[in-house]
Design a protein around this ligand. Sequence first.
Ligand code: SF4
Length: 378
Amino acid sequence: MDRRDVLKICGAAAAAGITGAGLYGFLSSGTDADGAPSEEVDVTEARYYRSLPNRAVQCELCFRGCRIPEGRNGFCRNRQNTDGTLRNVVYGQPSAVNVEPTEKEPMHHFLPGTNMLCIGTASCNFRCRFCHNWHLSQRSFDQVRRRHSYTPEQMARYGKRAGVPAVSFTYNEPTVFYEYMYDVAVAARREGLRPIFHSNGSLSPEPLRDLLQHIDAVTIDLKAFSDEFYSDLCGARREPVLETLKIIKEEGVWLEVVNLVLPGHNDEPAEIKEMCRWIRTELDAETPLHFSRFSPSYKMTDLSPTPVRTLERCRDIAHDEGLLYVSIGNVPGHEANSSFCPDCGTRIITRHHFTVSDIKMENGACAECGRKIAGVWE
Ligand code: SF4
C-alpha cells in the first residue's frame, strides 16, 4: 500500500464518517477500503512524500520538494523524517483556536457578518520579512508555548457548539499542517460546517486538488507581482502561487485574493496594473481583491505603514482594469471596507473594519437593482 492508497482510504473513511483518531481504528481494523487486509497507519504520517535511499525522503506537499535525511525536519520545520517515515509533528495540536469574524480573513463575499472557528498551528514554508503573524509563523512547534490537543472530530464538535457556520485554517500557513486541516475539514462538513482556509498558495497541485474537494472557500495572499519580491522578501517563488489561484478557480471553489501593499516594495502602479490584469484574464473580474495596509512588523519595523492614498490608487487601478469587487483593509472606517454593487453603486454590505452593520442584498443579488453578486451567501 503506497501513500496514494492511504489517501484513498482516508477518503473512504471520511465518506463513512471516520477520521482522525477514528481513522486510525478504521485502518487498523484489518481491512482497507477494498476489503483487502490493511496495515496500521498513523494519521500523523505525511500523505505526499516518497522514500529515497538511506531512509531519506522527499516531501511532495509544496513547491519546495524538500529532500529530508533521517532524523531531520523539512524547511517548514513541521515535517520530520523519523526512521524513513515523514511525519507531521503538529497533527492534532493547534496553537491558536478562536472564534473570529469572517470579515477578518479577509473574506467579503462569503457569509458576511458571521463568525467562524479559526485554527492555526506553528511555522510556515515561507520566510516573509514583514509577516504580521510572525510570533506563530516564524517559530517552530517547540518554540510556541500555547498548544492545545484536539482530534478532528473534537474540533468539529467545538465549532458546532460555538454556533458558527464555518471553520477556517488560518493564522499560520495551513500547508504545514495539511493532514490535520484535511481531516478537520472532513469532520467539519459532517457537522454541517463549511471549511475554508487562508494560504500563501504554495501547495503542490495534487494535494491542493484533493483538499479542495472538502473546502468551500479560500483566501490567497498574492504578495506581489514580481519574482524578486517573492525571492528577496519571502524566500519563496511566485509561479506556484499563480498556479494555485488558477486551480482553485478550475475546481469551482470560492476564491478571494489579498495583496498586502508595502511602500516602495510592491506598490508601483505598473506592477499593480499587471497583477490586476492577470486576475481579470486568468481568474475573472468577479474575484474579490483586497488591498491591505502594511503596518511595521517582524523584520521590517523600519518601514512606514502604507499611506492610505497608495491603497486608494491601487483600488483605482484595479477598477480601471475591470475588477468589480475591490476593497481596502486594515484602514478601519474607510469607505472601501464596504462592498458595492458594480452596476448601480449601492453599498450592498456596510462594514466598519470587521463589523458588518447592514446588508442590502436579496437572494444573492443587489436589493436595489437585482444584479447577481458572485459569492456564497447562504
Ligand atoms: S511542506 Fe515543508 S517539508 Fe514539505 S516540501 Fe514544503 S517546506 Fe519542505
